[in-house]
Design a protein around this ligand. Structure first.
Ligand SMILES: NC(=O)c1ccc[n+]([C@@H]2O[C@H](COP(=O)([O-])OP(=O)(O)OC[C@H]3O[C@@H](n4cnc5c(N)ncnc54)[C@H](OP(=O)(O)O)[C@@H]3O)[C@@H](O)[C@H]2O)c1
Length: 254
């Protein structure tokens, strides 16, 4: 009997762009992709942090380049991607939260959260897909969404709105770009211990809410996300598009 080949999780020879690469989940993604063999281009605003990241990856003998940019400058990002060789993999982990009760949300906070979590994600996707399409290259675009793209949560209407919208965007783009073999998916984590969620996790009342909802009984770590990034970037997920991979410890199971 001929046994089937297990698809490879290796990314040797692939070019990957990771936004928000200097902290939290993006740092995990950049590290995981580099260790899987990809040449990783790391995007964030802080040059110093990017230098520190590329230095740390180089110490492991891994290939990384720095791309200091503000992702919300969608024209600059589109121009930069248009001038570069097409990426095989894009992981968009730059994101933000400004939590407030819905009745208290200011237009400024609304615009900031939607501007990065949705608008910048939208135009990063189109810039990456345009370049892939131009050279006929298949690709995988992965957005860090959230379990809050599937359910509601306490004092986070804007954040939930941005992530639910991101989920819809991914589905629509997957329909358009499937024929070009460009896959687009999201990873939807529960609370992960990173600088982004520090304040929420430090609040005992919120912490109780969170630990009560996560059926596996613990907050997530960056390492809980790294395998999913490699899976969605690799040929192991060749038939996966327009969907989301929930890594929520069972939060949305009830
Ligand atoms: N942590 C969680 O509990 C959790 C749960 C579910 C989903 N998520 C999602 O996962 C993603 C990553 O979260 P995280 O916790 O890893 O966040 P984080 O630790 O705060 O890291 C954010 C990263 O994004 C970069 N960044 C922020 N604004 C940017 C901009 N305008 N342009 C370019 N880069 C920018 C930051 O670097 P610079 O400041 O130098 O630019 C940093 O590298 C977000 O989309 C978040 O919504 C997080």
């Amino acid at each position: 009997m001929k046994l089937p080949q297990t698809p490879s999780l290796r990314l040797d020879g692939k070019r990957a762009l990771v936004t928000g690469a200097t902290s939290g989940i993006g740092l995990g993604a950049a590290t995981a992709l580099a260790r899987a063999g990809a040449e990783v281009h790391c995007l964030a605003r802080s040059n110093d942090q990017l230098d520190a990241l590329c230095g740390a990856l180089a110490e492991e003998g891994l290939s990384a380049r720095s791309l200091p940019m503000d992702l919300t400058d969608v024209k600059a990002v589109a121009d930069e991607l248009a001038a570069r060789e097409a990426f095989d993999v894009v992981v968009n982990s730059a994101g933000m939260a400004r939590h407030s009760a819905a009745l208290d949300t200011s237009p400024e906070d609304y615009d900031a959260v939607m501007g990065l979590n949705l608008r910048a994600a939208y135009f990063l996707s189109t810039a990456a897909a345009r370049r892939m399409t131009a050279v006929g290259k298949p690709g995988s675009i992965i957005h860090l969404s959230s379990q809050m793209g599937h359910v509601g949560g306490i004092v986070r209407a804007v954040y939930c709105a941005s992530k639910h919208a991101l989920e819809g965007m991914i589905k629509a783009m997957a329909i358009e770009w499937g024929p070009n073999r460009i896959r687009i998916n999201s990873i939807c984590p529960t609370f992960i211990r990173t600088p982004l969620g520090e304040q929420t996790l430090a609040d005992p009342e919120r912490r109780q809410w969170i630990e009560g909802k996560i059926k596996l009984g613990r907050v997530g770590e960056v390492e809980d996300i790294m395998g999913a990034v490699v899976y969605l970037a690799s040929d192991a997920s060749a038939l996966v598009t327009g969907t989301s991979l929930l890594i929520d410890g069972g939060w949305t199971a009830e």
